[in-house]
Design a protein around this ligand. Sequence first.
Ligand code: NAP
Ligand code: MN
Length: 269
Amino acid sequence: MKKFNVFYKNDEQSIRISNKIKNQLREASFEYNEETPDLVISIGGDGTMLRAIHQYQDILDEVAFCGVHTGSLGFYTDFLVSEVAQLLENIINQDFYTVSFNMLEVNIVEDNNTTTIHALNEARLENNKHTQVMEILIDDEHFETFRGNGLNFSTPTGSTGYNKSLGGAILHPKTKAFQVCEIAAINNIAYRTLGSPLILNQEKEVKINLRGLDGVVLGYDSYVIDLKNEYPTTNYLTFCLSDKKVTFARYKRLAFMDRVKKNFICEDL
Ligand code: NAP
Ligand code: MN
């Protein structure tokens, strides 16, 4: 991997570190290339990494990502600011292995058009204006009628993000599945939902028929879409685990469970 780009959060520390990395890799005769890099180094947080991935969504097969976290340790970022010299040495020596993670696929199906979106963490249908009614179908079979604030569909690597705050399970990234979590479901005589997170395998597809689009927001990773404005003739949406993958270049071994422990239980292992 000789062509690199640095994608950074717009703060003083991240800019300084990205300049340092750019200069040192150029000196080591790496080529700075914004269009078709084969290594993208993200400097910032997990959110910065998600935006870097979306910027290169059309060439994900050809790019690997790695990250420096300018806060505490992240889920997609392996190196702390104090470890930049080590990262540079590893990049220059091409001392790495790769891991790939499946994305989630969302289809927005309109009268005459289908738009496909991919997300690494999750996609969420939310309505903060009024409670949203939606029919949930699994593999085209009616499952339940939902009424509440929304639903979150998370990948295994996204399970430590919004999904976890919603009471979802953490899935090991090697699990080929996606998870559906309710966001403030109303349960009464008229509306009855499962009430617990649901984990589905890669062959399953969830179809959502929305009753009305007013106030519905489709969020995915760090982005949001106002469905009524942007896709006014939406008939339904589908959610499944995609074959599309994001590849990370790993320059040091940090097991997923250690990452979970370091982030959520105690920092020193
Ligand atoms: P943000 O509002 O800054 O992110 C919220 C937090 O989620 C940040 O601390 C972020 O880490 C962290 N995060 C992102 N991906 C994660 C992952 N896979 N595992 C564990 N933590 C993760 O927005 P953002 O930085 O653009 O990130 C977008 C993500 O935020 C969404 O994909 C969603 O997962 C998450 N989110 C969480 C909630 C919630 O928990 N209530 C609500 C909305 C969105 P950094 O500080 O390192 O960026
Ligand atoms: Mn963030």
